[in-house]
Design a protein around this ligand. Structure first.
Ligand code: GAP
Length: 513
């Protein structure tokens, strides 16, 4: 059996709650992600990334950008402002509809998110349930305040946007909002971007950037926070050509994925593994372009090393669909707290462009040169949170080697995204080993590798430190290196060591990448 599968199996024995806590502890201990502004104590839901975390985040963003923007000819990138005027959020529907269900205790005033409270108290998954249905469950099970057991007031809605004002006057004209999704800046700039990039339908506009949501109850570390980063593509398609998708190759059509359909959820039946071809033939997935983006997103997540057995696609129920969506599928991951959304892929129809056309008075239609007609494109939107993905990857990659007090932590991160790619160690600091190791370290840095030099502590301690940071390769310069110019190359997951020539190190590492 391949070493990697052994590690995966060992991980299965980890109890779920323990796993999340261990990963959070590791993040804090190694300064990967910490509560923001810890020295003063800050509000929940805000986090700072230390050196390893910042690099991992950047690697994920770069990998996504290289795959979906620079690696393709049909997608271009933008970078919009974070603060935008009230009018934009009124038109997009966020002012009226971007709400979560809130329950408040009559006695102590504690405010909780109604769906979370029901899930926690009844130990059921309530994804997809309407507010009315949640209210029924609260009544039926006589749910009380989790803090003081006081009576709960009826569920009401709470808008998640952060509001502020621009300049010294605070009135409706100066009212602005921190964006709760990056998408709207793409829609607002759609006409300009289409013009300057000279793209014809179908084409996409991508963006990576911060989003802000005043979550009632941020929880599960960076899974649900108040400030986070999103990677989003708005993919614009001729409204009559949603099934005309040349990118949906035979290979992709044959890809089998676990689908948890609306019907499964209504009839309480198990999700099934089926091919995209069957899902399209049976009209489970509405359009071929939607199927393509489901497959492309799933494929990319697996390419980062995520365990495909822990991924499934869940269709939003009719009650659950966002105000702009006609069909949404979440890529769900099996978290320690259950199957939950890792990313969403929605058919936003022509809702956003039509809304912004109407509200701004600007024509946002597309001139189809082939037919000389004006159309408003439909949009398929793959949307993913960087922080949520990063935390998911950490939990997926976490494992322990050895037993009991001797157990050592290892992050089995893919070399594609690991914050440090290779560590260089001299066996000892003396006898010219440190100088030789430093020369190699500088050479690897210059060759573009994310390399790190470490000469502190025993060699075993240094391997352990690198394993814990997810560094896939380590090179040790020892006394033989002084004689024959060879070094030891060690692989993190298998612990396998091989002897290679000093001059071959860069080439060997390139091959591993
Ligand atoms: N533009 C569509 C949109 O924003 P969403 O499902 O609300 O859709 C997309 O968010 C993704 O953003 C989610 O799948 C998740 O990965 C991430 N996300 C959403 N809210 C988040 C939060 N509070 N903290 C961290 N990530 C979040």
């Amino acid at each position: 059996m391949h070493e990697f599968s052994v590690i995966q199996m060992a991980k299965k024995q980890e109890t779920d709650a323990e796993l999340a806590n261990k990963v959070i502890n590791l993040c804090q201990r190694r300064g990967i992600i910490v509560q923001s502004c810890e020295i003063y104590g800050s509000h929940a839901g805000f986090f700072d990334y230390g050196p390893l975390g910042a690099q991992l985040k950047r690697n994920l963003e770069n990998n996504w950008w290289n795959t979906f923007v620079t690696g393709r000819e049909d997608v271009v990138g933008v970078d919009g402002a974070i603060v935008s005027p009230r009018a934009l959020w009124k038109a997009s529907g966020h002012l009226d509809s971007f709400n979560d269900p809130l329950v408040e205790c009559k006695k102590c005033g504690l405010r909780s998110r109604a769906d979370h409270l029901v899930e926690d108290e009844l130990k059921i998954n309530v994804d997809g349930l309407s507010t009315a249905h949640l209210q029924e469950l609260v009544h039926e099970h006589k749910l009380k305040c989790p803090k003081c057991k006081g009576e709960l007031l009826p569920i009401r809605t709470f808008n998640l946007m952060f509001k502020t004002h621009v300049g010294a006057t605070a009135d409706e004209a100066t009212e602005v909002y921190l964006r709760p999704e990056t998408a709207q800046l793409i829609f607002a700039n759609y006409k300009l971007v289409q013009f300057v990039s000279r793209k014809q339908l179908p084409f996409g506009i991508a963006q990576i950037g911060k989003a802000f949501r005043n979550e009632i109850a941020p929880r599960n570390f960076v899974f649900r926070c108040r400030e986070f980063s999103q990677m989003e593509i708005e993919y614009f398609i001729h409204p009559a050509k949603l099934d005309d998708c040349p990118l949906l190759s035979a290979d992709l059509l044959d890809t089998k994925m676990v689908l948890f359909t609306q019907e499964n959820q209504e009839k309480k039946t198990e999700p099934k593994k089926i091919s995209l071809r069957d899902a399209l033939d049976k009209k489970i997935i509405g359009t071929r372009w939607h199927a393509y983006w489901l497959a492309a997103s799933h494929e990319w997540l697996v390419s980062l090393g995520l365990n495909a057995l822990k991924l499934r696609l869940r269709q939003h129920t009719k009650d659950e669909l966002s105000h702009y969506s006609s069909e949404t599928w979440d890529v769900e991951y099996e978290y320690p707290w259950g199957w939950k959304e890792l990313m969403g892929i929605a058919n936003r129809t022509d809702f956003d462009l039509k809304q912004h056309s109407k509200a701004s008075g600007k024509d946002l239609s597309y001139h189809d040169q082939a037919t000389n007609e004006k159309v408003v494109p439909f949009v398929i939107e793959p949307s993913l949170g960087v922080d949520r993905l990063l935390f998911t990857l950490l939990m997926d990659a976490y494992c322990e080697k050895g037993e009991g007090g001797e157990a050592k932590t290892l992050l089995s991160l893919s070399p594609k995204v690991a914050p440090v790619f290779v560590s260089v160690f001299p066996l000892m600091k003396k006898d010219g080993l440190a100088e030789k190791a430093r020369d190699l370290f500088q050479e690897l840095k210059q060759a573009g590798f994310a390399a790190e030099y470490d000469e502190g502590g025993s060699i075993g301690r240094r391997y352990a430190r690198a394993d814990e940071a997810g560094t896939p390769f380590a090179i040790t310069v020892d006394y033989d290196s002084l004689k024959d110019d060879t070094v030891t190359l060690r692989e993190r997951d298998s612990g396998k060591q091989e002897r290679i020539g000093l001059k071959d190190v860069a080439c060997a590492l390139h091959k591993k990448l």
